[in-house]
Structures are given as C-alpha cells and as structure tokens.
Ligand binder design. Sequence first.
Ligand SMILES: [Zn+2]
Ligand SMILES: [Zn+2]
Length: 246
Amino acid sequence: MAGQARVKCRKHGDAHTTYVCAHLAENPVQRWYSDVPTERKRWPDAWCSRCQVEFLKEGEWNEKNEQGLVAKILCHECYEAAQARSLERPLDGPAARVARALTERSHEALRAKQRQLEAKYGLGRHKRWDWDQATGQLVFSNDGVPAIACDIAFVGSVSTLSDTWLWSWANFSLTESVRSPMLRVREFGEAQDLPRLTVPKWPAGEADGWEMTAIAVEILGASGAYRTPSKNGFTFLALLSVSRVQ
Ligand SMILES: [Zn+2]
Ligand SMILES: [Zn+2]
C-alpha cells in the first residue's frame, strides 16, 4: 500500500490516501490497531479487533491472511476524524480502572513535583525561557545569563484553532530526539488499551493537555512539566532533569 498516493475526497478535496479495514470504515467507534505512525507513513494502515485476530496468526499481513482483509480507502482527514471517534468507545472494566487510577495518581504526583521545582528552582521567577530542539534543553535565563537548564521531551500540543490534542510522537515537525521518549507512553497505552494514549490527535482543551502531560511525566519518571504558549495554543514539555547552571 503506497504512502504517497492521493485521493479526491468529497468532503476534503485532494488528500493523502489511507487504508482501513471495512469494519473500521463502517464503525470507527472501536479499538484501532496499526503500526506507529512515522514521518514516511503518517497514516498507517489500520484495522479492528476482529482483523487483529487474523493479524496475530501471522504476526504480519501476508498472502495467508490478507485475503480475509477488506480494505477501504479514506482520505487522511477522514482517517484522522474516524480515528478520533474511537475515543467514544466505552473502556472495558479493567482498562477503565487503570485509566482512572493513572489519571488520579499522575495528577497528584505532578502537583507535588511542580511545587518542589518551584520551591527549589523558582522556574516562574526567571525573565525568559528558550527551548532548543537540537540540544533537547529548556533554559531559563535573566538578561542573557542562563540560570536553570532542563533536559526535555516534548509531550504534545493543544491547538486552540482546531481544539485538538496532538501527541509529540505524531508531530513530525519536531526533531526525533525530543519526541521519541514519548513512544514509551504510547506503548503503555497500547498495552493497557487506553485510546487517549494511542490515538495521535483528538478533540481536546487545555485541561486535557495537562492531564496527558501528567500521565507522561508519571510514566517517564520525569521531574516535572512546563507549558509554553505557541501561536495557536500550547506546547507541553516533560522536564526529564533540572539543574542550576553553574
Ligand atoms: Zn476489521
Ligand atoms: Zn475526507
């Protein structure tokens, strides 16, 4: 299935071609399975739980199990919208319990970490901050003198234009080194069946951004978090380590 093919969508016009199983095309409000999106394949082929049974028999799609797979073409915007709808699926008991416990624990832990960081480093008291994707650092400084340096990973961003959350691991405008740590969070979501951790982009506001950031900080064992304003929303960073610049 070629990644570069184009399709004319009645709703979205000229767009990228994507493939999903017929079951997902028919009803997107269910669990989606796919490879992790990559820069070359941003909308990987996706299938449902029923098709996943066939996939697991071979561990891949090949001539033995592909006959049973009926693929439908969606434009990439229809794919994103359909995938976001998979969040409407009610989680089963264990996944719902994990999600609730994780949210509460992460929220509490992040609050404590933020208080600690503020007390120790006073991040809010410095005149400016700059992040640098090449060094993977967020630096707080005063009148050109760096004061605090943090190793960072990008968690994701909230767009106030589209009112959506976008995980950094699916944001290919970021360099690989600052987004790849977040794949661990996606893997956790995959293992625990938590769609908000595995769907790249979904309808969200600022509070959702903080919630996802708290969960990421918890899973990565990071020191805290920082939110920076962007042109159309906010970018959330996990602070992997924080130190005073000597
Ligand atoms: Zn299917
Ligand atoms: Zn479309």
